[in-house]
Design a protein around this ligand. Structure first.
Ligand code: BT5
Length: 267
């Protein structure tokens, strides 16, 4: 698979149908993490919708400081958001991103893409996209949010991702058997993100969550959740409007999780 070496921002912005998202785009060949660059820009007053996109990240990260592998060929980008929200109200933004990615990948490529609580997008049971929201707040008031999205686009998972991810990750290139056009994907994503984000700000989380759940194949199935040091097995019952996952345990009781990781491959 030939690797894309540059994202043509002019081509991307031609015909971009957004008001704010992607009107300003900073492309860099290599960064530590696009979230770090976007946070710095936001701290210096960057406008809502400012995008940072990089060909590769040397210190891409997931939640809880975990590593996010970001070789050339993927789509690694972050967007600055300035919502007038209190901290807990901003939690569903991760679902805004998950829904926008899922719908975009389905529409552009016809893949059976699914959402996984809280921040993953899957094809089959393999991760194709991860989302990281980071917040800067003063007390309860959100100053800015950086929404980071990583999509395994034109990468050969077996060749460039570490051994332990080869059976649990996939890429668009692998699913489709051909390379995709990164500019086209990012343009479509920015358009969808702006639509879903504006709807969320206008209408709240309820509609958004119910649409997100339509793509959440894990709901109603047996899963294992790791939260901190603990693991629980049960049926994934629901995701509530505040982002909480409800698990029905074997003894019939319910347990609620605000953070955690789902494993679909229950032993
Ligand atoms: C995530 O965290 O899935 C969030 C990933 C966000 C990445 C974007 S890229 C642009 C922006 N800049 C950044 O620095 N980050 C964001 P989490 O749910 O904690 O999952 C992390 C786990 O996913 C790792 O521990 C690995 O198991 C797995 N993983 C790492 N790299 C992967 C990849 N490229 N594809 C699939 N899985 C991966």
């Amino acid at each position: 698979m030939r690797v894309l070496t540059r994202i043509d921002i002019d081509r991307l912005q031609e015909g971009l149908r957004t008001k704010r998202f992607g009107r300003s785009i900073i492309f860099q060949k290599e960064v530590s993490s696009t979230n770090d660059v976007a946070k710095e820009l936001a701290a210096y007053g960057a406008g809502e919708g400012t995008v940072v996109v990089a060909e590769r990240q040397t210190a891409g990260r997931g939640r809880l400081g975990r590593e996010w592998f970001s070789p050339s060929g993927g789509l690694w980008f972050s967007i600055v958001l300035l919502p007038r929200l209190r901290v807990p109200e901003a939690v569903p933004l991760v679902f805004v991103a998950g829904l926008a990615v899922t719908k975009t990948l389905r529409e552009l490529y016809g893949l059976s893409v699914e959402t996984l609580w809280p921040n993953d997008v899957l094809v089959g049971d393999r991760k194709i996209c991860g989302i990281l929201t980071e917040m800067n707040s003063t007390g309860e008031v959100v100053n800015f949010i950086v929404l980071g999205i990583g999509i395994n686009a034109n990468i050969n998972v077996k060749k460039v991702l570490p051994e332990q991810l080869r059976d649990v990750a996939t890429s668009l290139g692998e699913e489709l058997g051909q390379k995709i056009r990164i500019e086209e994907l990012l343009r479509a994503l920015l358009e969808k993100l702006e639509i879903e984000y504006d709807l969320f700000l206008e209408e709240g989380a309820s509609e958004l969550l119910s649409e997100w759940k339509q793509y959440a194949a894990f709901l109603g199935h047996n899963v294992e959740i790791s939260s901190g040091e603990e693991k629980f097995v049960g049926i994934a019952q629901d995701v509530e409007n505040d982002g909480v996952l409800v698990l029905k345990l074997g003894n019939g009781s319910f347990r609620r999780f605000l953070v955690g990781d789902i494993s679909l491959r229950v032993k």
